[in-house]
Design a protein around this ligand. Sequence first.
Ligand SMILES: [Zn+2]
Length: 222
Amino acid sequence: MSIASAPHRYRLVLTGPPGSGKSTQAERLAAYYGLAHLSTGQILREEVARHSTLGQQAQNFMSDGHLVPSALVNDIVAAALQRLRARGFVLDGYPRTVDQARALDGMLAEEGLSLDLAIHIELPEAVAYARLASRVVCLGCKTGYQRAELPAGTTRCPKCGGALVHRADDTPEVIHERFVVYNEMMTPVLDFYRVQSRLRTVDGDGSLDMVAERVLAALPQT
Ligand SMILES: [Zn+2]
């Protein structure tokens, strides 16, 4: 088996609606196989922090309160992939449009590579709502918790002692809106991968451990 086809060099997209825990799952999956976890938000912040040309361009849009244009996001993802492609990767928060999905295929094709799989963590809105409504977040280290996981009356983060707060935007209306936006945005992208038999759907209803097992089981066995 060549290095490029070794099972731990997966090239994956992981996606899921609000409350699906996709970023946590992406992080776990990346850790399990030693892959790079590429969160679009994080890559953007890193480029800005490095004062790279791309980062400065992105900063100009963000400081004006604008979204970073899709073409610039593509360039920033391409730069990150070039640095990290040898490790394999889990993309989190990208692609968000069919054009970006095509751009990703193009970036990989240039290196003679291809995406192994897009994994979609599926979650009914009612389940997501119940989950988000009982979620608290640490103001210090930003770790999220379910109230049920913590001893009754816990007000401080078990990791860092920071204050635990309920996110003000975890209301039924806001969560519903985020679901609508997610579905409108991602349905064409998921269809793009589905017609090419590159999509696996994983049931996101269950504990983090259960969902992590399902994600692992969805990976192609080489
Ligand atoms: Zn904390």
